[in-house]
Design a protein around this ligand. Sequence first.
Ligand SMILES: Nc1ncnc2c1ncn2[C@@H]1O[C@H](COP(=O)(O)OP(=O)(O)OP(=O)(O)O)[C@@H](O)[C@H]1O
Ligand SMILES: [Mg+2]
Length: 258
Amino acid sequence: MDAMLLNGRKAMLTGIPGDLVSLSRVHKVYGGGIAGVHALHDIELHVATGEMVTVCGPCGSGKTSLLNIAGMLDIASEGNVVIASLLVSRLSEQARADLRGEMIGFVFQSFSLIPVMTARENVLLPLLLRGSLAQGELSAAHDRADALLAQVGLATQAQHYPSKLTASQCQRVAIARALVTRPRLVIADEPTSRLDNGCIRLVMDLFSRQQQEQGTAFLISTRDQRQLSRADRTLQLSEGRLQSLPSTGSRRPLRVQL
Ligand SMILES: Nc1ncnc2c1ncn2[C@@H]1O[C@H](COP(=O)(O)OP(=O)(O)OP(=O)(O)O)[C@@H](O)[C@H]1O
Ligand SMILES: [Mg+2]
């Protein structure tokens, strides 16, 4: 695998070849002293290219803390985080943001839609943040945003603002936005928490198609056991500690050459 050049500097190559995400001996402590909260303990997590990994845990077990660190939205208090063979602690904030924009689609637990943008504009945003698009690219981007909205059952809501959408619809806009750049890795924090059974199936079918057709890797947190059968691997998070559950997935993870 080639080293990536970020901000003109060659970042350090490390990690296990084939792993897209690798967390080793990761701890997360919020605050300090007697009031400090030890949210993650000695985490070992490896996600291969094209693999779907689900992290299942109850409220407050550390799911968001773990996903934020894997997605470089937060930094570990201790331990190593390696994304696409780059040691995250060696990257500047700007380089982390660039890498995130280039290869990760993130579904936030609280959706984080922009209220003054329509559903379509929210979905388009990650593409627009990459830089200005030529006329032909812009129309292709619009088509892609509309196609993704249709795939999550929102074909007729493209022009609606978040304030006019239900929680289920907002969550599906957030899911479409995470996929619009065709990222190599999707990190989704409880992406089906507000969906009914029909919509859960729709979204998990979409995730499975992306995984199979484009070799996208997924790291998904959930409190919902119904999602587990789609995963190649399921991990249980309990009070900040991670352990493997017996495999429930029927597929082998794809090993796509980078
Ligand atoms: N910014 C923060 N400052 C202090 N403590 C925090 C912060 N974020 C999370 N925590 C604490 O860390 C622990 C893990 O929280 P986290 O949000 O990661 O859990 P979670 O599994 O995502 O919970 P939920 O299912 O409610 O979303 C909790 O005890 C929480 O109170
Ligand atoms: Mg959470």
